[in-house]
Ligand binder design. Sequence first.
Ligand code: ZN
Ligand code: ZN
Length: 462
Amino acid sequence: AAASSSSCGGAGCGTHCSSSTSSSVEDAPEGILGRLSISGAAASCGKCGGGAVVVVAGGVGLCGECLRAQLFGKFKLAVTSNAMVRPTDSVLVAFSGGPASRVALQFIHEMRSKAIESWDASNSQALPVFNVGAAFVDESVLLSKPECEVEQATEDIKSLVSSLLPGDKAMHIASLDYVFSSESKDGKGRLRELVGMITDDTGREDLLQCLRMLSLQKIALENGYTKIMLGSCASTIACHVLSATVKGQGYSLPADIQYVDTRWEVPVVLPLRDCLAQELSLLCEFDSLKTQELLDRPCSGINGLVASFVARLREENPSREHTIVRTAQKLKPFPFNKFSANGYHDFLPSRLRPKFQDVDSDESASSEVLCLICRSPFSESELQNFESTRRKSQKKIDLYTAYCCQSCHFQILPGGRDLYDHFFSLIPRFWTERADTASASHSSYSIDLAVYYFLVHFDSAL
Ligand SMILES: [Zn+2]
Ligand SMILES: [Zn+2]
């Protein structure tokens, strides 16, 4: 059960980054607690010495209160030390209904409430308080679930969010085919056709993950959000590390596992990177934070295999997931895994300022070539191939193909080249336009990026 209900296995998966133990939580909470309490012997909380120890995380027994404080501490540290949220930001939490994103929503809401309290208390009231919204990407178009179940689940999700964020404006629900809303009348049909063209299970799942991120980006851009917060936790990132390795995505892997990812139009942040899925599930139990995972798609292909493998490692030793993430953390991140100092200095304590790059001194941040579909940065060999194809090719399809990373070539692009025309006509125009813009500008990709960044800032200024 652990594997089948698992996350989609990646950073960037966001909305469906639920705990891999989620489905069994509802069925048998005692079972989960039992499995987590590996030492079993701990009689009192390792932190406060109080009784009622309910969880053993990394060998230490904690009471519910201390577990909560520990997780909130990790979350807050990640947010503040990476300047994830500025006072002027509008944060969109990608909410899947699962425990991880549920906790992210809870914690950022609490941080906001505290900020409002101190804002009210302060006399100067100089800094504004950031805004929070939530987005749910509904993938039921690809699931064969009865309509009434889908409706019920969506209603549940709405009421979950509105209990924290009152008002209609803070909740955004979009079907996955929303990515086609501006270019296709029959978005659902187009989505099904596109997904149907991919013969590989893993490739299909990875493409859906890319479409999900695109939906989030679209929701954020259209509603003036300046950050997207994902519930990706150590467990989902551990799965992503292993599956990316298996898929031959080693070069681009470091890009996906950092706290900050600015290669998107709206930057993405991962404040739960240091928390385990099981801990987050337990917190939901203790604090009676409701979750709703009826619309989760089961993992398949490589992602599913890796998820069940990691689940077995976890049973042997709950801190294995941390070990995998920590090992991958030794890889060098990309320049876009940091916020630039521009626009941040005013809000940053001076001790943090060196952590943010100076844009002028590091132009490589914007010259990275990213895959058309998955946005993986190109390795040296991919880059050479890309440059030579781009120079000699006349046809658009050749350009688009050259803009796809090796992994997407292998796993997502359809089998025969004769199918490419049709495939590229089905993918969101937003993606192919990116290649068009870049080739039209003739010079570099950085112009393309600069244009988008301009549009984003322009958009949020409105
Ligand atoms: Zn305690
Ligand atoms: Zn790719």
